[in-house]
Design a protein around this ligand. Structure first.
Ligand SMILES: [Fe+2]
Length: 339
């Protein structure tokens, strides 16, 4: 939108994106009043039938559509204008409308609407083509973004299935990773972390125990205490998880977080005995969420702790197993009903 604005061709322009139901969901504009912007956001969704009516070849110039102000039906659907009865005579009428549709495989995903030309004239074909160039750029970006989101969504669903398969090995850990994920995301947001770090926590927390897929079931499901040897096996899961995800392009950044989720703030954790800020912040957050989730769930050898008891235990480990600042944030969040 900025590049377009800098051309100073029109004083009022808007790019509107629609969702699959035809509702106007996103809007980028210059020169519109807040009221006009709200009007567009709340405009009725356009049916396929109406769409066909709007994209009528009679109105077409190049790949755009120019609607003279006297066509009320169309004006109603693009309520950017102040209606007037004045006829256009080559001069731009305040109620004229220029629409550049944004189409993906024939489907209308949005439009660019331009109004109030700086020179007061109905735009020439060159100007229309310039607008189309910008609208096409925007369409391609939207298309790529949607493809990317679709891909990411299905990828994420696959991972969830993968985690569920792993957790099915032990009925007591069923849903554990998903719950850790929910706690960790809430905590990260509560702490005011930027979106990209919350996202890293999102993926990493879901996958934090993925390395357990490489640990023998007989050890994971053992109801009695583990032998030293068996415990050494279990302690390999952060490293196994690291190896598993570091080969996957989209998950590479999760590898160091997964690797460090059993490190302790005082350096007594595993696998490397890192301490304090040597442990990624994301791992320190997941570690608190992981412990809380485990404590508030039933285990074969004990019942779940109450929230109060679990919080007390977290606090008792402040500056030992956990980062005190993170425990404090979690306790504050819990106090406000956040867990
Ligand atoms: Fe773990």
């Amino acid at each position: 939108m900025k590049g377009l604005k800098d051309l100073h061709l029109f004083n009022r322009m808007v790019i509107v994106l629609k969702d699959s139901q035809g509702r106007n969901t996103h809007l980028a504009q210059v020169g519109l009043t807040d009221q006009e912007a709200d009007q567009i956001r709340e405009a009725p969704s356009i049916s396929e039938e109406t769409q066909a009516k709007i994209l009528d070849p009679r109105y077409r110039i190049s790949n755009s559509y120019f609607f003279s102000h006297d066509d009320r039906e169309v004006q109603r659907l693009f309520p950017v204008k102040i209606p007037t009865t004045q006829r256009s005579t080559g001069e731009w009428d305040p109620a004229d409308n220029l629409i550049v549709p944004m189409l993906i495989k024939g489907k209308l995903i949005g439009y660019l609407s331009a109004d109030d030309p700086a020179d007061g004239r109905i735009p020439t074909l060159e100007v229309v083509r310039l607008l189309e160039l910008y609208a096409n750029q925007a369409t391609i970006s939207v298309d790529n973004l949607r493809l990317y989101h679709d891909l990411e969504r299905s990828y994420f669903d696959t991972l969830k299935a993968f985690v569920a398969a792993m957790e099915a090995k032990d009925p007591y850990t069923k849903g554990h990773s998903e719950n850790v994920r929910l706690h960790a995301i809430k905590l990260a947001q509560f702490m005011g972390l930027p979106a990209d770090r919350v996202r890293l926590i999102d993926y990493s927390s879901l996958l934090h125990d993925i390395g357990k897929i490489g640990i023998k079931e007989s050890i994971l499901n053992k109801p009695e205490y583990l032998t030293d040897e068996e415990y050494e096996e279990v302690k390999k899961h952060p490293l196994l998880g690291d190896q598993m995800v570091s080969n996957i392009e989209n998950l590479r950044t999760s590898a160091p977080v997964i690797r460090a989720h059993h490190e302790h703030f005082d350096g007594r954790g595993y696998p490397e005995g890192r301490r304090g800020s040597q442990i990624p912040l994301e791992a320190r957050i997941i570690s608190v969420a992981d412990a809380y989730e485990a404590m508030t769930s039933d285990r074969p050898y004990r019942k779940a702790f109450t929230t109060a008891e679990a919080l007390r235990r977290l606090q008792a480990e402040s500056d030992r197993q956990f980062d005190k600042d993170i425990v404090d944030a979690f306790v504050t969040m819990a106090g406000r009903g956040g867990v």
